[in-house]
Design a protein around this ligand. Structure first.
Ligand SMILES: C[S@@+](CC[C@H](N)C(=O)[O-])C[C@H]1O[C@@H](n2cnc3c(N)ncnc32)[C@H](O)[C@@H]1O
Length: 343
């Protein structure tokens, strides 16, 4: 059997988006939009979690099924709708993520914290945080703040835009017995309230690409890192099929209130990790993807002189897929960017 091409997958993704818009030209069929985009997200996420080359036939079959469902849906004709209240990007982003964090139990939260260490170990990068002053920028409820404390940090700080995530993180740290070493503060990474060179280790995992000015965020991160310290940054790499799928989903879901989507996923008892991942990729207002070459230019511009790239991780990390399955190269593009940087 000949392999399904990236182009054929992209065409099928576009066809689903077009079929949904044809069925619902006024953006009223929230249920149809949520069901089909969540169904495709779930299928993709399950397939990319399998330790084998990406199953293109299964994904194509799912796309065809979604297209057929949209094409056989009655056309929704009503046009009027109440105007939604305007929100700033920061308010929207903070509310979106802080809601996602609250779904995790403390045990699930501790299990997620283990990922921090695992990715470094798998990539063969040793990181000694014993006695170090550390911070996680855009920490959410602080899974990596706890991980850094477990790794021996003398002070482990969490910093996030969302007051609610910071309150959740503070309460979790207290419940789990970390409040002596973990500290939390709310604010924006675009204007950090810390002195130059305040921290030995600065982590920023999946955050800068959701801000209105990723370059300024990187400059702030570099500013607060000690010149003999280390920074860890994770960003989205360009060129993945995932971005084509989620671009279509974002476009289809733009008319659906996020509260509706949260409620639908809750009603379906969707697991916290999948609620987070779906809501994150479908609703977050800012989402930049970047090449390694461009990111390395940005690192040089803020003074970093050397870096190690983490090429291993969880199966759902596109960098892990890129390392293990050469035949998926056309689907993963640049893959996730995970950098450990020094001055
Ligand atoms: C995808 S989550 C990643 C959370 C965490 N780093 C982790 O890996 O568990 C993105 C986080 O960045 C935060 N965030 C987005 N924009 C921010 C900004 N301008 N300043 C501080 N935090 C921000 C969000 O509130 C959210 O908690």
């Amino acid at each position: 059997m000949t392999q399904i091409t990236r182009d054929a997958l992209n065409q099928a993704i576009s066809a689903v988006g077009a079929a949904i818009e044809a069925a619902d030209p006024h953006g009223k069929a929230h249920g149809l939009r949520t069901l089909l985009t969540y169904g495709l997200y779930k299928l993709f996420d399950d397939l990319r979690g399998q330790k084998r080359a990406f199953d293109r036939e299964a994904f194509m079959a799912g796309l065809r099924r979604a297209q057929m469902m949209a094409e056989t849906h009655p056309v929704v004709l009503q046009a009027e709708s109440p105007a939604a209240a305007a929100e700033t990007i920061e308010v929207f982003t903070a509310d979106l993520y802080s809601r996602c964090w609250t779904y995790y139990t403390d045990q699930e939260f501790l299990d997620m914290a283990k990922l921090f260490d695992k990715r470094f170990v798998m990539s063969g990068i040793s990181l000694d945080l014993k006695g170090k002053k550390c911070i996680d920028l855009g920490c959410g409820s602080g899974r990596y703040v706890i991980a850094m404390a477990d790794a021996g940090a003398s002070e482990s700080w969490g910093f996030d835009l969302s007051e609610r995530a910071i309150a959740d993180g503070t309460a979790r740290a207290q419940r789990l017995g970390y409040s002596d070493r973990c500290h939390f503060q709310a604010g924006s990474v675009l204007e950090l309230p810390f002195e130059d060179e305040s921290f030995d280790f600065v982590s920023c995992n999946g955050v800068l690409h959701h801000t209105t000015d990723p370059k300024k965020g990187l400059a702030e991160l570099a500013r607060i890192t000690r010149k003999d310290g280390i920074a860890y940054v994770m960003l989205y790499g360009s060129g993945e099929l995932w971005w084509d799928l989620t671009d279509m989903m974002r476009s289809v879901m733009a008319c659906v209130p996020r509260g509706y989507a949260f409620s639908a996923l809750e009603l379906l008892s969707v697991a916290p990790g999948k609620v987070f991942n779906y809501m994150d990729h479908v609703f977050v207002p800012c989402r930049e993807v970047i090449s390694h070459a461009e990111f390395q230019d940005r690192l040089r511009a803020v003074g970093f002189k050397s870096w190690q790239i983490m090429e291993r991780g969880e199966m759902i990390d596109s960098a892990e897929r890129k390392t293990l399955f050469a035949e998926d190269a056309d689907l993963v593009g640049e893959a996730d960017l995970r950098y450990v940087c020094r001055f």
